[in-house]
Design a protein around this ligand. Structure first.
Ligand code: SMO
Length: 728
């Protein structure tokens, strides 16, 4: 990897804008991280879940008598024991058409393979496993509908409902009809995204214990959102929030998959309260693939109306997202983002955009790094590439003609989003220079003339980083010690390092002297958490505001002998939109269909950077996951709703050797909408990389007549596309 460092740092302060080493690494990479599974709880009970072998049906009988008799089994529980518990709250960013139930353990109905039907609480995992085997479940199976393109045959999936659409929304402008009537050309594409498994290194894990004297419930949880988890647990269990403490110790990755409470986690908390004993559960990799939230799986279709000279007039889009059988807190986010972010960075006012979420007999689908942003970018950028083709205009040039210029920002788009700041054409121009675009084109054409399948693909992206608030508390002690607590949290992604830099900058002290606290609802201020690319832009701004208040007060007080503290709830003025432009060069082997990404060029604008090394790491990590989507990852259900990719031998994750050479460069336009001027960048790579690779692969195969490919570009799918096109 090479980095063009010209203005990578934005405004560089004494500590902000510096690539300081991660303070977390010493412990995390030498095995001294402390995760939930490391929390010691004397004589804790272990939970084993008995899971449904069918995707759809009715439980005729669930016989637990043999399981109860196994030594070490403390209790066996079924839906009847927890049926009275409450439901999870779904973030209502889209209109809810049909509510879905949130079963802790299945009641009468089974709605997905892997759904917990019974829970064994035992003194050891081995006793639990034996007892789970001894539970006899008799299910009367019904036809399942694991995919979005089949209507729910399982009757009724949700009692009293006739439709499997749970969420829906449409944005329609008056002038869209005229735009399409006046068009010289209409580009059209259809696109299916693979369903993906977020696959954090640390699986889901939870432990719970009740203090005997006061009945307070402590829940150690691998989560992105400790305070939200506490609130949701209180609601579902019917316990006062003040009686619950949620602690997120080190979290080994999350990627959106740990943003919402799982039925298994609720069960563990309920069991600890009910049995008055410590209880714990850690998912296996297989349980995570089977029942943790998936991402993507979206089916999209779009039409772009344009003039002969390549000006975009109007956009139509129809987006369908799978939801699975229960809705996690963020269930509506992907369908919402996939739609509202359109038409992305382009000047288009006339739109007809519809999005919906469809209940399916499968694992729940939630946010996964990108959460609708990659889906929006893929639809738009495939359309733009198609538009370039039908008008015979160069892909860079057609984008240049339609990108919003910097002086048009802030800009309110047709779905109501407000793009805050940046210089989109400058990013495109930077990419052209960085890649030496004309030389690459010439090289591609030379290789084509020799019969090689070489292609180039562009993708522009925008990345919203959250609206709303985050909390911070900063304390300056008389001995000069500084403690900063955030309502945000960390998943191993360097928050402690970046937050310390932000606070250190305000006080002009070495960052290593700043203590950072987070992740414990008893000590951290009530906050939102680490998701939606919001931690630096919003959480970091909150810390800066609190630190500035303390500093001002301390300065007024002069030589202080007392503790000075400030508690703030910081709210931004609107979403900060990171953006960028990626170019992929690929080669496809005609005989085998193997797609090789030869090189990836990335230009990103994350506004004011706090730690450029962390930003670079975020981009590379996102690219790795984006290439996983583009080339190999795919959750597969058969038509009966059986998961065929239940282990990492069937579900392919990218490895270090799969990474192409990456050339990075950055712009730095501070956001006017938050105190730091920062923009999210954690999802950049997952948004930009897959579509650039897809566009490049289609470019490579264009001479053969291949017009559609869906990710992942496995050798089999590409080989089949080549075979079908060349037979025609
Ligand atoms: S997919 Mo993110 O954790 O909002």
């Amino acid at each position: 990897m090479t980095t063009d460092d010209a203005d990578r740092h934005g405004r560089t302060g004494r500590y902000i804008g510096r690539s300081l080493p991660r303070r977390e690494d010493d412990s995390l990479i030498t095995g001294r991280g402390r995760y939930v599974d490391d929390v010691r709880l004397a004589s804790a009970l272990h939970v084993s879940f008995v899971r449904s072998p069918h995707a759809c049906g009715r439980i005729v009988q669930c016989d637990v008598s043999a399981a109860v008799a196994i030594p070490g089994v403390v209790g066996v529980f079924t839906g009847a024991d927890v049926g009275h518990l409450g439901s999870l709250t779904v973030n209502p960013v889209l209109e809810t058409v049909n509510p879905t139930p949130y079963p802790i353990l299945a009641g009468e109905r089974i709605m997905a393979v892997g759904e917990p039907v019974a829970a064994i609480v035992a003194t050891s995992p081995m006793a639990g496993a034996d007892a789970a085997d001894a539970v006899a479940i008799d299910v009367a199976p019904e036809d399942a509908a694991p995919h979005t393109d089949r209507s729910i045959a399982c009757d009724p999936l949700l009692p009293g409902q006739t439709s499997n659409v749970a969420l829906a929304q449409t944005w329609l402008s008056d002038d869209v009809k005229t735009a399409f009537e006046q068009a010289d050309f209409i580009a059209q594409i259809k696109l299916n995204h693979p369903r993906l498994a977020p696959s954090s290194l640390e699986p889901r894990t939870v432990a719970a214990d009740v203090e005997p004297d006061n009945g307070k419930l402590t829940v150690w949880l691998s989560t992105q959102t400790p305070h939200r988890a506490r609130g949701e647990l209180a609601g579902i269990l019917g316990v006062d929030e003040a009686r619950i403490r949620v602690v997120a110790p080190d979290v080994g990755g999350a990627f959106g998959m740990k943003a919402s409470l799982y039925p298994e986690e609720v069960f563990v908390a309920w069991a600890a309260l009910t049995l008055r004993r410590p209880v714990r559960w850690t998912a296996t990799r297989g349980e995570d693939l089977l029942t943790a939230t998936h991402g993507r799986g979206t089916a999209s279709a779009g039409q772009l109306a344009l003039t002969r000279d390549g000006r975009f007039l109007g956009l139509k889009a129809d987006i369908t997202c799978p939801l699975g059988h229960w809705l996690p807190t963020s269930a509506a986010i992907p369908a919402w983002n996939a739609a509202r972010i359109l038409p992305g960075p382009y000047m288009i006012d006339a739109v007809d955009i519809s999005t919906k979420g469809v209940v399916t007999n499968s694992a729940p689908v939630g946010i996964y790094r990108g959460a609708g942003r990659p889906e929006a970018a893929a639809l738009m950028e495939r359309l733009v590439e198609e538009a370039a083709r039908i008008t015979d205009i160069d892909p860079v040039e057609i984008r240049r003609r339609n990108l919003l210029p910097g002086d048009r920002l802030p800009h309110t788009g047709p779905t109501g989003i407000v793009l805050d700041s940046g210089d989109y054409p400058a990013a495109l121009e930077r990419l052209r220079e960085l890649a030496d675009y004309d030389a690459l084109l010439a090289a591609r054409d030379r290789r084509r003339r020799k019969g090689e399948l070489a292609g180039m693909g562009l993708a522009f992206y925008v990345e919203p980083s959250g609206r709303g608030w985050e909390s911070a508390r900063v304390r300056l002690d008389p001995d000069g010690g500084i403690t900063a607590a955030t309502g945000g949290s960390s998943q191993g992604h360097g928050r402690e390092t970046a937050f310390a830099q932000i606070v250190a900058e305000v006080f002009d002290v070495p960052p290593e002297t700043v203590r950072i606290e987070h992740g414990d609802t008893d000590t951290a201020p009530a906050g939102i958490g680490a998701l939606a690319s919001r931690s630096t832009a919003i959480g970091g701004s909150a810390l800066r505001q609190a630190a500035e208040r303390v500093r001002e007060r301390a300065d007024r007080l002069g030589g202080i002998n007392e503790t000075v503290e400030a508690d703030v709830i910081y709210e931004n003025d609107g979403e900060a939109w990171g953006y960028g432009c990626y170019l992929a060069c690929v080669t496809i082997d005609r005989e085998t269909g193997v797609t090789t990404v030869d090189k990836l060029f990335c230009v990103d604008d994350a506004g004011q950077l706090v730690n450029p090394m962390l930003v670079e790491g975020q981009i590379m990590g996102g690219v790795a996951q984006g290439l996983g989507e583009a080339l190999m990852e795919r959750i597969v259900y058969d038509d009966d709703g059986q998961l065929l990719t239940g282990s990492l031998t069937d579900y392919a994750l990218p490895r270090a050797a799969d990474m192409p050479p990456i050339v990075m460069s950055s712009l730095s336009t501070p956001s006017p909408f938050n105190l730091l001027g920062a923009k999210g960048v954690g999802e950049a790579g997952t948004i930009g990389a897959p579509t650039a690779v897809l566009n490049a692969a289609l470019d490579a195969l264009h001479p053969l007549g291949v017009r559609r490919l869906d990710m992942p570009l496995t050798s089999e799918s590409v080989w089949r596309a080549i075979a079908a096109a060349t037979t025609r």
